[in-house]
Design a protein around this ligand. Sequence first.
Ligand code: N01
Length: 558
Amino acid sequence: MTVSDGQTTDYDAVIVGAGFAGMYMLKRLRDDLGLNVRVFERGDGVGGTWYWNRYPGARCDVESLFYSYSFSPELQQEWQWTERYPTQPEILRYANHVADRFGLRPDIAFSTSIDSARYDEAQDRWTVYTDDGLVTTAQYLITAVGCLSASRVPDFEGMETFGGPTYHTGRWPHEEVDFTGRRVAVIGTGSSGIQSIPVIAAQAAHVTVFQRTPNFSVPAVNGPLSGAEIEQTKANYEQLRQAARISPTGTNPAAPIGSALELPEDVRTREMKERWDYGGAGFMSAFIDTGVNAEANEVVAEFVRDRIREVVERPDIADLLVPRDHPIGTKRICVDTDYYATYNRDNVTLVSVRETPIERITERGVVVAGELYEVDDIVYATGFDAMTGPLNAIDIRGVDGVALREKWVAGPRTYLGIASAGFPNLFMITAPGSPSVLSNMMVSIEQHVDWITDHIAYARDHGVTRTDADPTAEENWGDHVNEVANMTLYPRAASWYMGANIPGKPRVFMPYIGGVGAYRQMCDQVAADGYRGFTLKTSNDVRPSRQSASQAPVPAES
Ligand code: N01
């Protein structure tokens, strides 16, 4: 392994990104394997998603006590969460606490982006080029770039002529934005819009919401955590964390009570009402068939539509807010505080841009169907080039100089959502083909980081200088990812999971939907089989791992 004298730019591993994935990866490789590691982070602080997404009302839709690292019993006991769903500032404080507590900052180069990376086949090392002109080499390149970090603003005609400030929710300024007395346009009603609209409306003189597709949202029922709740979770953390690791989504919702099609109407309505009143995304787990059967899905969707009609006073507005174009859950379910009730305010206007898209943006506002909506500020809550966007933004070149973005031109191809054939010694945390965005990201991040650490330790112990996914194993895995997705209703929605929000992006269901627990088992089995499906090269030879690639993977649980 390479030795660094503090001056050298040669490392054992380079990590891209200092969000929760990058920080934990650094800790494991440095503290447990004793490697020399350099992290490059384009922000000037840690936190990733939570560093960038500072929009009003930003909070996590996974409960704070479980949207946190589990690797350190001391850390999880000492950190005090204050609310059921943590705010962005609180999560960012936590990320900073972790960075300080484990002394991570000295190994992170902040305000530095990686532009490109080349695999050097003669040396079995990556050469990494950063925007400060530095050239760095490393045996391993590990991306921890996040799934939703490439923010996206549609190309509206005339947008550059707008006279006031504009904001994207995923690139919010660090200083406070005061909307008092201002007329604000919010474009987009995904999770970011749904969280920010009520908070902006409470401050601004007027908010005009431009909605293309209504979304399903369930109430968070957020509130302060009581001492008793915290104590109880902390006393049982070990079992609760383990249950999350082997669960379908990395969380601990109440188990489904049966089939929405088979249960008597009063039973299923009672169940949905109880879950609705309890709050949170656990509402979606009431029945076993919501995600796979259109009729069952409709039972749940109609329950939510009724709740929208109940809350929104004006029937014409309620009608616009009721989602009808996709099965519930096939676009990421939103979790809100007072979203629908916000449309009862006098200072909120809803403009549907479904039939009549935004025509253009002028110096004074937004034009729809020939009408100018005059505003002082525009908030783009228009989402991200999800999952592949952040990886394709870096010019990553593997064997024979092939670019990852060229290899992925028809959609991402990975083995286990961690590696991609022809890109040796490259590991991608929570990449397409892994559960990632369909799970509690903290659980999936820890699983990937631990698996990658074990793989690197195995390589070191066996004199392996290069590890590369086998193309056949990758193809098999891709088939499996598609097969499982096609068993569900997910491909029916024009969602960012499918790449549908980016014009020209291939329509491929990107995350793996076979479940976090089942996926973990498969990854563990691959490791137990000596990294089946990877070709491992020692300093003297190239040899396939113990079992042939054609046997990989084993989607035993799906
Ligand atoms: O982005 P989105 P997001 N004209 O893509 C609309 C995570 N997250 O930032 O649906 C008009 O969901 C677009 O309309 P349509 C979470 O995983 C988590 O809100 O494409 N409108 C849509 O309404 C989430 O799913 C949390 O028709 C246009 C909106 O912009 C993911 O991030 C909080 C348009 C984009 O919604 C992304 O959420 C926030 C156009 N030309 C985010 N183009 C929590 O943890 C796009 N839109 C709670």
